[in-house]
Design a protein around this ligand. Sequence first.
Ligand code: NAD
Length: 437
Amino acid sequence: MVPQPDSASPLGGAKVTRDPLSRGYFGLMNAAEAANHYFRKAARIMDVGERIETLLATPLREVKVQVSIELDSGEIRTFIGYRIQHDNSRGPMKGGLRYHPLVDQEDMVGQAALMTWKTAVVNVPYGGSKGGITCDPTAMSLKEVERLTRKFVDQIQDVIGPTRDIPAPDVNTNPQVMAWIMDQYSKYHGHSPAVVTGKPVDLYGSRGREAATGRGLLYVCREVLRDVGLPVKGARFAIQGFGNVGSHTARLVHEDGGRVVAVSDVHGGTKNASGLDVPALFEHVKRTGTVKDFPGGAACTNEELLAADCEVLVPAALGGALTARNAPDVKARILLEGANAPVDPEADEVLEKRGVLVVPDILANAGGVTVSYFEWVQNLQHLTWDEERVNAELEKVMKEAYERVATISRSRKLPLRTAAYVLAIGRVGKATVLRGI
Ligand code: NAD
C-alpha cells in the first residue's frame, strides 16, 4: 500500500530531499538548537539545577570517522561518518542512521538528544543516539552504498552492539542497509541480529515495524481527540509529507473514518474538502511517484496545506516546517508532529498563544522506536510475534505515554511538549542519579 520505491534511488524509496532537520532549511534553528531549547525550558521548570542540566545535555560520546571506499570507477573517495551517543542511563542507546549530503555533527547531536527524550517518554529501556554519513546515496550505485555501509561498520563496530547502541533506518537508509550492518557486525562479534532494528522481515525484522510510526500517531491522535471531545470519524486531517510516516498515517486515519482533506510531498499537493479517496490516491502514487496531479483533488501548495481548514494538521516531512512566519496561518485545532522537530520554538510559542494543541514529536512519532524495541526483544528471545501482538503492544505503550504526559500537562498547567520533556527528564535524571554520577 505504501508508495512505490523511487527508481532513481539505489535504496528504493529513500529519496534525498533537502530534508529533515537540516540546518535552518525552513526554520531559524537547527535540530540541536531546538532540542536544547525545549530541554532547557523544561529543566528550568523542574529546577534540576545547573549541574544536572549540563550533565543531561552533554552527549556521552561523539564518534567521527573517516570512511574511505573504492567507487565503481576505481576512484578512492573519503566520506565522514558520525555516531553520536547522547545518554545510556536507561539502557543501550538507540537511534537512526542517516545518509545525506547535509549530515553534520551538530545536527546529529541534537537528534541524538531527541532520541534520549523520546525513548524515555514511551518508557522503553533505551538511551538516545543518532548517526549518519555525509554522502548522497542517490548519486551512488547499490554496491557503493553497500561498501560504504560495511566500511562504516568496520569503523564503529566497537562502540555499537545489542547492549551498547542499536542503529535503525532514518533518511535514505532502509531495511537492506540494516541487513548489511547486521551481517558486517556479526563478522566481528558472532551472530547478532539485535545490533540493528528495522531489518527486513525475512531477516529478523519485526512485523508491523514499517507502519509503526504512522500507527503510533493514530493511537495518540485517538486519545487527544477523545480528550477534546471529537471523534476520529469525520475529523478532517491535513498531512504534509507522503513518505513512510505520512502515507501510513493517511491510510490508517482513513481506515478509522477520518477525512484526509489535503496531502503533499516534495513535488506538490492535493486537496479535497469532502475528503480524498485515499486508496485511489495510493494507486496514483504507485503510478506516478507523487501525490501531485491526483485526479480526485485540486492542486494545493505546501503553504496552503499548512493553513488548511481541518481539525488535525500532521507535518510529517521536514524539520522546521512551521516557523513564526507561517504558524499564524494554521487553522487546525491540533498539530500532531509526525516529523522530528517540524515546529521551531518561535512557531511553538505562536501556536500556544493561538490555542493550537501541539502534540510533540517525542510523544507523537515514538511508535517507530517502540516497535524497534519490540524487534530487539524478539531478536534477543529468538522468537517472532505476529502483527496483531505488535500492534496491540504498541497501542498499550502509546496510550500509557499519552496518559502520563496529559496528566502532567493538566496538573502542572504545561503545554504537552513541556510536559513530555518533564516526564522524560524526570526518568533520565532519576536513572542517572540512581546509577551514581
Ligand atoms: P520519507 O523520506 O519516507 O518521507 C518524507 C516525505 O516528505 C516524502 O513524501 C517527501 O516527498 C516529503 N517532502 C520532502 N520535502 C518536502 C517539502 N519541502 N514539502 C513537502 N513534503 C516534502 O521519510 P519518513 O521516514 O516518512 O520521515 C519523515 C519525518 O519523520 C522525518 O523528519 C523523520 O526523521 C521523522 N520520523 C520518521 C520515523 C520513521 O519511522 N520513518 C520515525 C520517527 C520520526
